[in-house]
Write a protein that binds this ligand. Structure first.
Ligand SMILES: [Zn+2]
Length: 664
């Protein structure tokens, strides 16, 4: 398969062909979401339709604000991007499909008028991103822009409830199944189809986010009518036909149906979510069998988020088990060092084989986006630092640093030695990861703080503040993390108030130390991995947390000859120069074209004997250089190499994997 076919389209058709051959097998009432789409207060107050309440829940996003820092910069760049996309251009294909005139210049890439993914971003991700950005910043102009888009999209909705940027007849092709030979690619003919329900999910989710975060009743109305159309469409299918349809990417259709049930209480949406369950995918997971090899990654993770919602709304422990087993399996056996999952071709390989699948593709950004969403559910059920350690790892290694200084976004995070990051075009790419990326950088506030009745959880070390009206208190976190291993939390309160401050003690910290108002504090570490500081707080109290970072060598499951290096939460990359790299190669949004610039030899380091420090996890062959910035260098090697955190690598070639060179 050529490089150009390393795309969603290429993978889909290949995998579908193999599968066909049988070888693979409301403010007040609105607003409030367990996973940013769902209703927290209703569920946790047991007055909604949730059967399972989260033990800890996020603060509503509008109560959390970023303060100046790396994440605030990311948020602002993304906000600019959202304003760069005019509604008329976003609406173009929807209007033409509805038989309405449009003289707008069409967007390109995966939103081009002849691309069968059109609508996924313009009518879906974009609305989610605006809704999340409104919740994160209170940007009223952006809310109005998105509300206008909702109104114009409603004018394109068909009388039967269908809404899309291509005709509903495209769905009927799926009933036949996709039966292309592995080497034949989709050619735009009407005989084949890309991923209609994948797109439908995004459009429905965008509308639900507009309702959940912006109170748009119009958006909810559109979403319910869309759901009614989808339910009617699949009701007419036999189980055999449904199985064929579900071999084509359909993402979180179960999730969005469940979310609609959570909002409306209408059983038909609950049943819709159950009907959209992908049994072929869930059955092995429920049996604790890792059959992920060969499957597409990004389309399947949202199904598991759907399982999480199914558990919360029905209490069915099978769904919980599927979600937990899947998460653990992916994290333990299918994850690259920086935290991303999926290999070249967007799919999974056999367990513990990431080390032999280092390539220009892989670590698709959508997968990281979706794994973060799933992780929040698992944390909500059982708050524990290990979920938030993982969240932090993805946040700083494959979410930070996948948006460049111009706000441009990435598709894959390459792992091939000498690979480089590539960034999309604001108008001509419109990849799946452009869409999930614009959501990601709009919701950066949503996991920093969680709460229960008596505690606030400080999950992430991010310059930010949170208002806690129930306690008439406000917490302000100041930090330059991860450029420093330290954070400080100031408490503002009208009068003394009692609550428990729980601060995550990260797995990488070498002796976390806490002080309150300048005095060392013996914070007890709970079994959940959080440091507990319980007292009556007064306005002006200040908590300082020191989080010492150290260099660490990490092993690669299944590839004992390889290693990676981390500093605290940060995966370090070997800097391999800019030789041969051009702006054109960097601006090629679909991943590095290695045939134009070949890979480089993997950097190596001299491993000492098995009893040395290296085998115990320290990395004495790397040292930190300089005081103020995160710069590193190898020590005692034949050729010394510079390293820096992967998130700071933007326009140079790199490798995060190292080969152990043994002395002869
Ligand atoms: Zn993607």
């Amino acid at each position: 398969m050529s490089k150009k076919s390393v795309t969603r389209r290429g993978f889909l058709l290949t995998s579908a062909a193999v599968a066909a051959g049988g070888a693979l097998m409301p403010r007040g009432l609105w607003a409030l979401g367990q996973d940013a789409v769902v209703d927290v207060p209703r569920s946790n107050n047991h007055i909604g339709y949730e059967k399972v309440a989260w033990k800890a829940r996020p603060f509503p996003m509008e109560q959390v604000r970023l303060r100046p820092g790396l994440l605030k910069d990311m948020q602002e760049r993304n906000r600019v991007y959202l304003y760069m996309l005019p509604n008329d251009r976003l609406l173009h294909s929807f209007r033409l499909t509805a038989g309405k005139p449009s003289r707008a210049e069409p967007l390109g890439g995966w939103e081009a008028p002849d691309c069968d993914l059109r609508g996924h971003l313009t009518g879906g991700h974009y609305l989610s991103a605006c809704a999340l950005m409104y919740a994160s910043t209170g940007d009223e102009s952006l809310r109005l822009k998105a509300e206008a888009l909702v109104g114009a999209l409603a004018e394109c909705q068909q009388p039967d409830g269908y809404l899309g940027a291509y005709p509903s007849s495209m769905y009927d092709r799926m009933k036949k199944g996709v039966e292309l030979p592995a080497d034949q690619h989709w050619n735009g003919s009407t005989d084949h189809v890309w991923v209609p329900f994948y797109t439908y999910h995004k459009i429905m989710a965008g509308h639900l986010d507009m309702y959940t975060h912006c109170g748009s009743e119009a958006a909810l109305h559109t979403a319910t009518r869309m759901a009614d159309w989808a339910i009617k469409w699949i009701e007419l299918l036999s189980d055999e036909e449904l199985d064929k349809v579900q071999r084509i990417e359909h993402g979180g259709m179960n999730e969005v149906m469940f979310n609609l049930y959570a909002i409306t209480g209408e059983k038909k949406y609950l049943n819709g979510g159950l009907r959209f369950e992908h049994k072929r995918f869930f059955t092995p997971l429920a049996a604790h069998q890792d059959k992920l090899a060969g499957l597409h990654s990004n389309t399947n993770i949202p199904k598991v988020i759907g399982a999480a919602r199914g558990y919360e709304l029905t209490g069915d422990e099978r769904y919980k088990d599927i979600a937990e087993y899947f998460w653990q399996t992916v994290v333990d056996h299918h994850t690259f060092a920086p935290g991303g999952t999926s290999n070249t071709n967007e799919g999974w390989s056999e367990p513990d084989t990431t080390g032999i699948h280092l390539g220009p593709g892989g670590q698709e950004c959508c997968c990281s986006y979706n794994m973060l969403k799933l992780t929040r559910h698992l944390f909500g059920w059982k708050p524990d630092a290990r979920w938030m350690d993982y969240y932090e790892h993805l946040l700083w290694n494959v979410r930070a640093g996948t948006q460049n200084e111009n706000g441009r976004l990435m598709y894959y995070v390459p792992t091939i030695p000498g690979g480089w990051k590539t960034f999309d075009d604001p108008y001509e790419s419109n990849l799946c990861c452009t869409g999930s990326g614009m959501e990601e950088y709009a919701k950066l506030v949503d996991t920093i703080y969680f709460q229960d009745e008596k505690s606030v959880y400080v999950n992430q070390f991010v310059a930010s503040e949170v208002n806690w009206p129930e306690k008439r208190a406000r917490l302000v976190q100041q930090t330059e993390f991860p450029e420093e291993g330290h954070t400080s939390i100031a408490i503002y309160a009208e009068k003394p108030v009692s609550f428990v401050l729980k601060v995550r003690d990260p797995h990488w910290a070498e002796g976390t130390a806490v002080s309150v108002n300048g005095r060392p504090e013996k914070a007890v570490k709970g079994s959940d991995g959080y440091l507990v500081i319980e007292r009556i707080w007064k306005g002006g109290d200040r908590v300082e947390v020191n989080l010492p970072m150290a260099l660490r060598q990490e092993s690669v499951a299944g590839s004992p000859e390889l290693a990676t290096v981390a500093y605290g939460p940060l995966v370090l990359a070997a800097c391999m120069g800019r030789n041969g790299l051009s702006r054109e190669l960097i601006d090629a949004g679909q991943g590095p074209e290695m045939e134009r610039l070949p890979a480089m030899p993997m950097p190596s380091f001299e491993a000492r004997s098995e009893t040395s420090k290296e085998s115990k996890g320290t990395a004495s062959w790397v040292k930190k250089t300089g005081e103020g910035e995160l710069r590193f260098q190898t020590v005692g090697q034949a050729k010394e190499t510079d390293l820096k955190p992967l998130y700071q690598v933007l326009d140079e070639r790199y490798s995060v994997y190292w080969k152990k060179a043994h002395k002869a």
